[in-house]
Design a protein around this ligand. Sequence first.
Ligand code: MG
Length: 456
Amino acid sequence: MKMLLPAVLVASTLVAGCGDRTQRPPNLIVIFADDLGYGDLSVQGHPTIRTPHLDKMANEGLRFTQFYTGASVCTPSRAAILTGRLPVRSGMADDRVRVIFPPSQGGLPADEVTLAEMLQEAGYATGIIGKWHLGHQEGHLPTDHGFDYYYGIPYSNDMSPATTSWGRAQTYPPLPLMRNAQVIEEEPNQRYITRRYTEEATAFIERHAERPFFLFVPHSMPHIPIFASDAFEGTSARGLYGDVIEELDWSVGEILASVREAQLENNTLVVFTSDNGPWLTVNIAGGSAGLLKDGKGTTWEGGMRVPMIAWWPGTIQPGGVTDALATTMDLFATAAMMADVAAPEDRILDSIDLMPVLEDPDAAVRNTVFYYRGTRLFAVRNGPWKVHYITQSAYVGDAPVVHEAPLLFHLDRDPSERFDVAEDYPDTVAAIGALAQAHRVRLVAAPSQLRIPEWE
Ligand code: MG
């Protein structure tokens, strides 16, 4: 017995990782901050923001140093994480790089298969607590896209007559707080929004301790306008932005504690990441991409490379750091593997199963990352190399700059994208150019995969 026990344990761990249906499939919790930058956590090197819960989560789990979002603004980024597809394929990216606003009609097309739909079909309970931003009119809510339960503000927290910073206040209805398809409150006090989301999230975990669940927690913070509750306001050396991040950190601690209380920690993958980089044009109310260049709205690294911590005691070895390339879209194939369901085969997915990296930080699963701004391919990363074809600053009204001679950066040697070395490595520029061209040809060759937005 003594000889057999370890072998049996190892085997069952491996089988559980592959989603053996004789056991309960693992739960998935995705915590998704809004506009939190690569450099905004203490575990990511911020000197004055304290994030002890996230630091501990990283110490017990795996931290990714080269993890990307599918887009550098809210709506397409959310489409990417929930469909496992580049937003250009789901109709959630357009040439003007917009997001959904309160007057917008439409949203994520009904025939897109979301992570929630896939897991719901596999018998999971599915909940979303927080910001949706993929359509808020009838037929486009989370409950129309595979979520059993919704609680939150359905779009950005600045789209309100009370708090907008965009001069459009008169066009906005009061900011709604929704439960499922009902507005339950107008203009909720945003100082308590992180706390309320957290209470809802932990209650969801408690309610579903007895069956597999997928819980998506897309926070409204730290998207501007930023707010923190009494317990956090005025407590951080970084000012209000730091207070907000430290409250989000508290929230992560509460969620992990409720997973442990339900004794689900060995059967739950918890992921923390962000929808895009920091909003640098809002000055001190915006975050930091650390040593990465620029931020939200751009295809420089600071716009699209975000913190990512994965936690799954017993499956992920503690204290790991991986430089494997990965994206938010990869969670789709990872979830399919965990739940032992087939991902949709009638469409192109941009998703690669991350289980090999979760089990071994030295594993590599992808070599290439495509950086889109709207519907245009701005840059391509292959291995350590990144080529920019077009660059554009965020929100300052400048035109895109098309680089007839593409820019080339070596991101391992030059993570801040300071030194263009294209002249020294023409073969690398050409090889990545061929990759980009093959990608474009494949996109255009499958017109049904290149969708026109229908949410004007
Ligand atoms: Mg955002």
